[in-house]
Design a protein around this ligand. Structure first.
Ligand SMILES: *Cc1c(COP(=O)(O)O)cnc(C)c1O
Length: 394
């Protein structure tokens, strides 16, 4: 086989994607500011990002990163266990643990890396994993990389989960329930109090991926635990810094013992370069802002209500839980979803057009996300143009 053979094989796969309407393109965009991005020389309202609080371009975060960078260093040059550990990492981890109400926390380069490192570290051969069918790809991959046996239960289906837990106690040494707190493409919530209850009844531990809940759900943005008023946090909560908290990276919050164990065993922590400290400094400021400026979360919630109300008033069927800024509109057909997305772009709005394999077959959808920094008129405007676009698209 030669290089040209490889190119031929892959080109034919790409052509198949093209025929199925699943070819993707990387669009060059300018930075996002106040919910607006430059795309092909035009300013468009961005309703597709996870920058729910507008913190990614907040001057206070930018200043913190700039100050931290100063004349110091950009990269830390090694894994943290070698010579890449810095005070800023530890300081942010302490702040995250306080934020999440746990004893300790551990930083990762991204949410993807956290999930594919932490699940295999905790789940050994002979253990069982019960995973929601709509968990994020990184959580699916983490489960696959572990040596445990994975049982997938129907999305948010407590009866299915209970049946599986009840029938399998003898089969596994330890058991884990693994779920997203907020499902990224559906905007609905895992029923955490019930999952905590099932975990207690069946001697299982709970792992919650709070990527879209961190900085969003709960009175102070503390996430799913706070939203549901859980008496104690789950054994493991993963949260990302790249969504509401405006930077990039992720963390796991847990007991001091769990975190100490992960420092030794999570391969995506041990065998990777530490994250730049300018990001840690900026993320620390994001936490301070959440703490000191509750009006920011208030604006997000008010904008979510405005967007949902405006879409509903146009007779548009919006899915997801009203507590999340993720508003999915399931159209089914990938081609129609792309067509409506393109029409919206022509009208000055960028929304997510989500197609398989990101979502199950025949459930392609528009994924609208709302930010605290959107002007309410942008959101009512979106409902107007979307109503027209849906009417026109076949
Ligand atoms: C975005 C996301 C991740 C990955 O986080 P990154 O920091 O972007 O790698 C993991 N889990 C869920 C549920 C997500 O939505």
């Amino acid at each position: 086989m030669t290089c040209s053979d490889l190119n031929r094989v892959l080109a034919s796969s790409l052509q198949a994607l093209e025929r199925a309407g699943l070819r993707r393109v990387l669009r060059p965009m300018g930075p996002r500011r106040d919910g607006v991005v430059m795309l092909n020389g035009r300013a468009v309202v961005d309703c597709s990002s996870n920058d729910y609080l507008g913190l990614a371009s907040d001057p206070r975060l930018l200043e913190a990163a700039r100050t931290q960078l100063g004349g110091r260093e950009l990269g830390v040059g090694a894994a943290r266990l070698i010579s890449g550990n810095r005070e800023e990492h530890g300081r942010l981890e302490q702040a995250l643990a306080t934020f999440k109400g746990t004893e300790d926390a551990l930083l990762f380069g991204s949410g993807y890396l956290a999930n594919v490192g932490v699940v295999p570290a905790l789940v050994a051969q002979g253990d069982g994993i019960y995973a929601d069918s709509l968990n994020h790809a990184s959580l699916i991959d983490g489960c696959r990389l572990s040596r445990g046996t994975v049982e997938v239960y129907a999305h948010r289906d407590l009866e299915d989960l209970e049946r599986r837990l009840a029938g399998s106690a003898h089969r596994y040494r330890h058991r884990w329930i693994v779920t997203d707190g907020v499902f990224s493409m559906d905007g609905d919530l895992a029923p955490l109090p019930d999952l905590v209850d099932l975990a207690a009844r069946f001697d299982a531990w709970l792992y919650v991926d709070d990527a879209h809940a961190t900085g969003v759900l709960g009175k102070t943005g503390g996430g799913s635990s706070e939203h549901w008023g859980l008496a104690a946090p789950p054994e493991i909560t993963m949260g990302t810094l790249g969504k509401a908290l405006g930077t990039t990276g992720a963390f796991v919050a847990a007991s001091a013992t769990v975190i100490e164990f992960l420092r030794h065993r999570a391969r995506t922590f041990v065998f990777t370069t530490g994250t730049p400290t300018c990001l840690s400094a900026a993320a620390s400021v994001a936490l301070t802002i959440l703490h000191t400026d509750p009006a920011l979360l208030g604006r997000l919630r008010s904008n979510v209500a405005i967007a949902r109300g405006a879409l509903r008033s146009k007779g548009i069927d919006v899915g997801g839980d009203a507590a999340t800024p993720i508003l999915p509109i399931v159209l089914g057909s990938s081609a129609r979803t792309s067509q409506v997305g393109e029409a919206l772009l022509q009208s000055g709005y960028l929304v997510g057009t989500i197609r398989p394999p990101t979502v199950p077959p025949n459930t392609a959808r528009l994924r609208i996300t709302v930010s605290a920094v959107h002007d309410p008129r942008q959101l009512t405007g979106l409902a107007d143009v979307l109503s027209v676009a849906l009417g026109k698209a076949s």
